[in-house]
Ligand binder design. Structure first.
Ligand code: DON
Length: 313
């Protein structure tokens, strides 16, 4: 078992991190390729930690809802892993880091329509096709899962964001059609994208996201209600995927600087897992060139250093 972190140290540390965050305001840009995201006030910061007993610590704008964007790709994969047989998933999408931007077309063409992993856009769209082709009420299920995991029945889709993404769908549609051309995607592209964009448009706060991901720190069991979300083996597999693929072509740098399984979204959120101890969510909308939150990354570095949590040794 990893050394437990010092609970008394945590709140003052989070307060210090939130107080230091404005130093990075002004660095990076908000995502503007989705117009509804470009309207978010850029200089905001929140952080929340949830331990394996479900206790939450927070600082800054930890209860402000933001668009979780690619963080939803993990929640969608969880539904697929709960409901589908392993070969149904892993013959259609790989488990290797891509080393390419999250929305790159080049590798998908080279590799004949089989996405490298479920966290790049092509892979996440493919997972949504697995879900939409098998589950009638998938939108409802995605929202219910987020509500149940976070223990917050008020969580909802931001329909403006979902519509804005559909209005500017060209690149994701191109990825989907390429997979269709290679025979790896069969459903109507717009039906698949509608599911994918709704997942991305879930509006959750740092406190919600930290709570919703605590099962990945807790052997697959949601500390909110004691329910098993995935098996211990699936938990290890998901954390392995997050460590190697969660931050796209910056996954290596994230492992170097933070050393935790993590997943970012272009809404400015990043979730990270300290296995056996806690889940963490940071949020700040300005992004670096890889699509990862600038102030969020800095905050995670400071938190890991301040707490001395180091699952990689
Ligand atoms: O499809 C897109 O491009 C966005 N809805 C999600 C991309 C994303 O969040 C990448 N993460 N950093």
């Amino acid at each position: 078992m990893p050394e437990p972190f010092d609970r008394h140290q945590l709140q003052p540390l989070l307060d210090r991190i939130a107080a230091a965050a404005p130093r990075h305001f002004g660095e990076g840009e908000v995502a503007d390729y989705i117009p509804a995201l470009a309207e978010v006030a850029p200089d905001q910061f929140g952080i929340a930690v949830c331990d394996i007993n479900g206790k939450v610590w927070r600082a800054g704008a930890a209860d402000t809802a933001f668009s979780i964007q690619s963080i939803s790709k993990v929640l969608n994969l969880v539904i697929a892993m709960q409901r589908l047989d392993e070969p149904d998933i892993w013959t259609r999408v790989g488990r290797e880091p891509s080393g390419h931007a999250f929305n790159s077309m080049a590798q998908l063409e080279e590799e004949k329509g089989v996405p490298r992993n479920p966290f790049i856009n092509a892979g996440a769209v493919l997972v949504c096709e697995l879900l939409v082709s098998r589950i009638m009420s998938i939108h409802w299920m995605m929202r219910e899962q987020a509500r149940r995991l976070a223990g917050n029945p008020a969580i909802n889709f931001d329909d403006r964001v979902a519509r804005s993404e559909m209005d500017h769908k060209a690149r994701n549609a191109a990825l989907a059609y390429l997979m269709k051309a290679y025979g790896n995607l069969h459903s109507e592209v717009n039906d698949v994208l509608d599911v994918y964009f709704h997942g991305c448009a879930l509006a959750m706060s740092c406190s919600d996201v930290a709570r919703a991901f605590a099962f990945l720190a807790n052997g697959g069991v949601n500390p909110q209600d004691g329910q098993a979300v995935v098996t211990p083996q699936q938990t290890r597999q998901l954390n392995a995927l997050l460590l190697t693929c969660g931050l796209y072509d910056a996954a290596g740098d994230f492992a170097w600087r933070v050393g935790l399984p993590g997943k970012s979204g272009v809404g400015g959120g990043i979730v990270a897992i300290v296995p056996g101890q806690m889940s963490i969510c940071v949020w700040s909308p300005r992004l670096d060139s890889y699509g990862n939150s600038v102030a969020g990354l800095r905050a995670l570095e400071s938190l890991v250093e301040g707490l001395g949590v180091a699952p990689l040794g």
